[in-house]
Design a protein around this ligand. Sequence first.
Ligand SMILES: Nc1ncnc2c1ncn2[C@@H]1O[C@H](COP(=O)(O)OP(=O)(O)OP(=O)(O)O)[C@@H](O)[C@H]1O
Length: 462
Amino acid sequence: MILLNSIAKVIQAFSKLLHIDIACFNPDGELIAATEEYVRRKGRKSHALFFNTLYGHHITFLHHPGKMQMCEGCHFINNCPSKVELVQDMIINGKKYGYLSFVSFTEGNEKVLIENQEYYAEWLSRLKETIISILRDINEFKVKDVSIQLNPTYIFGHSKALSQIHSLIENLKYSTSSILITGETGTGKSLLAEYIHSTSIVSKGPFIELNCASIPESLFESELFGYEEGAFTNARRKGKPGYFELANKGTLFLDEIADLPINLQPKLLKVLQDGIIQRVGGTSSKKVNVRLIAATNQSFDELMNNKLFRPDLFYRLNVIPITIPPLRERMEDLDLLVEHFIEKLQERTGKYISTCTEEYRKLLSSYHWPGNLRELENVIEYSMNIETETRLTQNSLPAYLLTKQLSKPNVETRLCEAEREIIIQKLQHYGNSYNGKQLAAKDLGISIRTLYRKMDKLHIRS
Ligand SMILES: Nc1ncnc2c1ncn2[C@@H]1O[C@H](COP(=O)(O)OP(=O)(O)OP(=O)(O)O)[C@@H](O)[C@H]1O
């Protein structure tokens, strides 16, 4: 759904030149850029299973793909809108960059592609080289291309809190002030950040997302600010742009900002104040124009009390604070969200169920949703997969949810809930990064492996 503006632009140019549709996928089979027609016809589904069958084939020619045996396992089996596809692995020196596909959806184009296979295969190879050279410069799979997700669907619902957030965002259309989004896990902070970008004055620029919890501390500075050639051992020739440079004239979304190492915080503060960055190992400076949105599910009061977050940076980020309440505090929005997720998941599950029974709805509304919207979406996806009726019924709800509804919690359930709360508290305190988990495990007196096992069992997101 996101990103790589430069790849999207190259794809548009090749598509215009060759009069065909084009799609580009990452090594996991997720779409990272495509022509609009491709997205309209085939959506943004992951093609992981299908591509696995193609790995190592170099260029594969698919005529009426939905009917081919090798398409077994693909969502579009027997119902594929593509007439012809020319697919190529993007592999260089054994490193997998993903897949590229030239597609024709019309009969006229189908004929041209079949008759000129070699010509198109040559262009496919050229496009592959161009894209790989871009991907080498960008940490591609953390970056998202807004150019093909112009309108992330954000459901605001009828609750007072969400209506207020909606009006605030309407008011912010022409602003590039920093925003700090807080809220429990799964409340929709990342989606809201994308939505704010897509409705803002910088929406034509890139939306670059960086999860601060996923980057090793030693790489933070070079990831944020980039580096020059020779800055350190293994540095790339010609250096590499950092996230600030990539987000120039657009939005930089720093997710899990509370995990930003304390020694880097003054550097971030400085860039936010003067808009000037200097690459690691570089001597010259560059002015960047970046709108910053940050998000966290941790409490800043606690972090600041424990001297893990600098108050000056907090105030600089918190110019416009937005707090998304947990789902259990805005159950008025549940119906709308259920409808939205059912519709959203039709394609993925291949079930064209459009609603649920009253009983199903009631059971959902009496649950407390610790995982918020993410958990709700997962429950609905589960139900849609196993439901045999034309509406979602209570029979398709996951067992854990039904047990919680039908019986009073027994001692074991209560213990699990207490354990879950304590672990979540510790993770909020120490952060969700690997280091944070190590500290949390130490504090709890368990090994990190036991912590992971418990997180898995108690459905705590790692
Ligand atoms: N208002 C909404 N309308 C529609 N879908 C939503 C909404 N809020 C969240 N979702 C969906 O719920 C899921 C979780 O949302 P998201 O990843 O944005 O949450 P988050 O708060 O950033 O989570 P975390 O803190 O764990 O990173 C996503 O699939 C997202 O699309």
